[in-house]
Design a protein around this ligand. Structure first.
Ligand SMILES: NC(=O)c1ccc[n+]([C@@H]2O[C@H](COP(=O)([O-])OP(=O)(O)OC[C@H]3O[C@@H](n4cnc5c(N)ncnc54)[C@H](OP(=O)(O)O)[C@@H]3O)[C@@H](O)[C@H]2O)c1
Length: 304
């Protein structure tokens, strides 16, 4: 029988593509989300804030891929939004733990999303961050640390845990690339902050490939960075986008204080980079499909 995989947060950028790729590979896929969705993939409902969970969702499931979480860059970080960003991750992971603990099920692995925000911002970018590096001390690092802690608790049930620390995902369907390409398409693009900050990016298909590897590879346990082996600076990324979109790049870069007025505390994500290592996932046997930013952007802007 095909391995059965339950995805949480499957309606998002990663879940949509990952569902397609898993089905192509012959997996049986089901979804657990905030609402029941029509379509070929059977879906079940949970309400994380209320602690409600359709227990049927676990029936016959071998592996859970846990992606759920309120969008970090979707809205301004008000105190209410910050609480939602945190609790949608910690409480959803705790709810998974509770339902796995209290039910008869055959789940043998949980592969959870995490983020390179774990390491924090404003670090010396000459230092390459590995999975052994210390967590940061800012708000987002705190979220990721608390999220991973709840996911780790599931290991006490004898279930294998892999945490995928995701970098900046490049996709033509949304996310960071859409935000970066938007101003450039309008002819008002420029680097942000110093422009020298390092962006540890990954093509969406490589990220989904890493999730599938973590499902299949029984020896994968603990944290893995999901970033391409070829990080670039913000200026290199903006220039490459301008080139592929055949638009000019306005100079000088937009200073951080202007960004802070426009997008508030989230500016930290944009003006500070992090130089993250892909060595561990490569050693685990994952071979990247997109080996340079140019090759990734070419597939993402095919029609341009
Ligand atoms: N994309 C990136 O660049 C990136 C980088 C680092 C980390 N990550 C992490 O990877 C995961 C997947 O990323 P993504 O880009 O696919 O995110 P996304 O497009 O924002 O999708 C996340 C999904 O989580 C569910 N969700 C949203 N708000 C929720 C809430 N308050 N409570 C419970 N569930 C909620 C929704 O699925 P349903 O409607 O089906 O419930 C949503 O579609 C996220 O946890 C994200 O933080 C992504």
């Amino acid at each position: 029988m095909a391995t059965s995989i339950l995805l949480t947060g499957a309606s998002g950028l990663v879940g949509t593509r990952l569902t397609e790729m898993l089905i192509q590979k012959g997996y049986r896929v089901t979804h657990l989300g905030r609402s029941k969705r029509p379509g070929k993939v059977p879906s079940y409902v949970w309400d994380v804030a209320k602690g409600e969970f359709d227990q049927e969702a676990l029936h016959g499931v071998d592996v859970i891929i846990h992606l759920a979480g309120a969008g970090v860059a979707d809205k301004r970080w008000t105190p209410q939004r910050k609480k939602e960003i945190l609790e949608s991750r910690t409480k959803s992971s705790a709810l998974l733990y509770e339902r796995l603990r209290s039910s008869d099920n055959k789940v043998r692995a949980v592969v959870s999303a995490s983020a390179i925000g774990y390491y924090g911002f404003g670090l010396d970018e000459r230092i390459i961050l590995t999975e052994e590096s210390k967590p940061g001390t800012d708000y987002l690092s705190g979220v990721v640390v608390a999220w991973e802690r709840e996911v780790d608790a599931i290991a006490s049930l004898g279930i294998r845990i892999a945490k995928i620390r995701i970098g900046i995902v490049l996709s033509d369907k949304g996310g960071a690339l859409k935000e970066m390409a938007g101003p450039i398409k309008m002819g008002i693009g420029s680097p942000l902050g110093s422009g020298k900050q390092i962006l540890s990016w990954i093509h969406l298909d490589d990220l989904c490939g890493i999730f599938i590897k973590a499902v299949e590879e029984e020896s994968m346990r603990g944290a893995y960075n999901a970033v391409s082996p070829y990080p670039v600076t913000n200026r290199e990324m903006t220039s490459a986008l301008a080139k592929i979109l055949k638009r000019p790049l306005l100079l000088p870069p937009v200073p951080a204080f202007i960004l802070r007025i426009v997008i508030g505390e989230m500016t930290d994500i944009v003006v500070n980079g992090s130089n993250v290592s892909s060595e561990k996932i490569q050693k685990a046997g994952y071979t990247f499909k997109y080996t340079s930013l140019e090759s990734a952007l070419k597939t993402l802007f095919k029609g341009v």
